[in-house]
Design a protein around this ligand. Structure first.
Ligand code: SF4
Length: 292
């Protein structure tokens, strides 16, 4: 049986060093959260921009920011007034031909319609999440948010729309990264996050486990699972909670952008790995040290 790779006792100190020395000024403008930050003074506009930007958060960050900018341009610079407030046919017309990876304009127009319905009913994305969260914790909060965004099953939605919003309760094989990322942006009150939700504490967040974060999390022993799933999310989050119980997701941004930026080549390369503060923890180097 293969030995389980566990974090080194020094990992918390190494994570803090990574965080303290991280070039946020380089990476924050690259991140999709930078698309949402300009709306921060208005909670509704922030939720709306956040759910569009996080739903588009597939692929490289330049393309994501470009697609969000295109949505905003077609909405006249105002997603709430220029998209949500329009009639359904107008929304579809405005977003005709829009696409980002496999996401299409008709799906984004439907999302705008769902958001308009949610706000018209007196709910918000925070209240939708909080209802589920109060009844059963984070996974139930994410489920309630996903259900609200999908809309009733007996109503028509564009092909592929509902699967854009998986829930940990009905799709446990998914890490539900994009909705978890959206909740991180709304809850954490430390830059680059926006902290406009006040119901849910940062201590209860879960990690938005994208491929970069997962690669490093696995290789420094935060999980021994080989695939991304909701169980992996819970395992990585639990390991990070032992580093910082009040704010376990604090290190998500730096782990993710260490991968996105190319600071981590995801292979042994001394020219890049040499100065990496996580090298003593990294499975690629620990294996070689053991073998040697
Ligand atoms: S040692 Fe190299 S491969 Fe390992 S985490 Fe650091 S940069 Fe990535």
């Amino acid at each position: 049986m293969a030995a389980v790779h566990r974090p080194s006792p020094e990992l918390p100190e190494h994570l803090r060093t990574l965080y303290d020395s991280f070039p946020f000024a380089r990476s924050v403008p690259e991140d999709p959260v930078s698309c949402v930050a300009p709306f921060r003074a208005d909670p509704k506009a922030t939720e709306v921009a956040g759910i569009f930007a996080s739903t588009l958060a597939i692929g490289n960050t330049t393309a994501i920011r470009g697609s969000f900018a295109e949505l905003l341009r077609r909405s006249g610079g105002d997603l709430v007034g220029g998209l949500l407030a329009r009639a359904p046919r107008e929304r579809v017309r405005l977003l005709a031909g829009f696409h980002h990876r496999w996401i299409r304009g008709d799906q984004m127009a439907h999302l705008a319609g769902r958001l308009a319905t949610i706000y018209a009913s007196g709910e918000t994305l925070e209240s939708s999440f909080a209802d589920g969260w109060r009844s059963g914790g984070f996974a139930h909060g994410l489920d309630a948010l996903a259900v609200a965004l999908r809309g009733p099953e007996n109503t028509k939605a564009p092909p592929g729309y509902r699967v854009l919003f998986p829930s940990p309760l009905d799709a446990p094989a998914s890490p539900c990264k994009r909705l978890t990322l959206f909740v991180r942006w709304m809850v954490r009150n430390e830059p680059p996050d926006l902290g406009i939700w006040h119901t849910v504490p940062a201590s209860d967040l879960r990690i938005p486990l994208d491929q970069h974060t997962f690669w490093i999390a696995y290789h420094v022993g935060l999980t021994s699972r080989r695939t991304r799933s909701w169980r992996t999310v819970e395992e990585v989050t639990a390991a990070l909670r032992s580093v910082d119980a009040a704010d376990p997701i604090r290190y998500d941004f730096v782990l993710c952008h260490t991968g996105i930026s190319g600071d981590c080549p995801k292979e042994r390369d001394m020219s890049v790995c040499g100065p990496c503060v996580l090298r003593p923890d990294c499975l690629l180097w620990r294996r070689r040290r053991t073998a040697g």
